[in-house]
Design a protein around this ligand. Sequence first.
Ligand code: SF4
Length: 66
Amino acid sequence: MGETIYVIDPARCTECVGHFDEPQCVVVCPVECIDPDPAHPESQEALLAKLLRLQREQPELYLPEA
Ligand code: SF4
């Protein structure tokens, strides 16, 4: 709502697949400004594969006990 603009990195966004039923940023956004990116359509399987790859590559970020 201010001058700062946050951008979601499509290489790291999993649309919360594997953790939540809905994208949590969409759920909490007070101004409903987060829309799917038409330039990066991904299936549920692709999103889950991305999550597993990110967990493998950076467990300290994606696995709390790592
Ligand atoms: S909260 Fe979920 S949907 Fe939103 S940017 Fe992060 S991973 Fe993507």
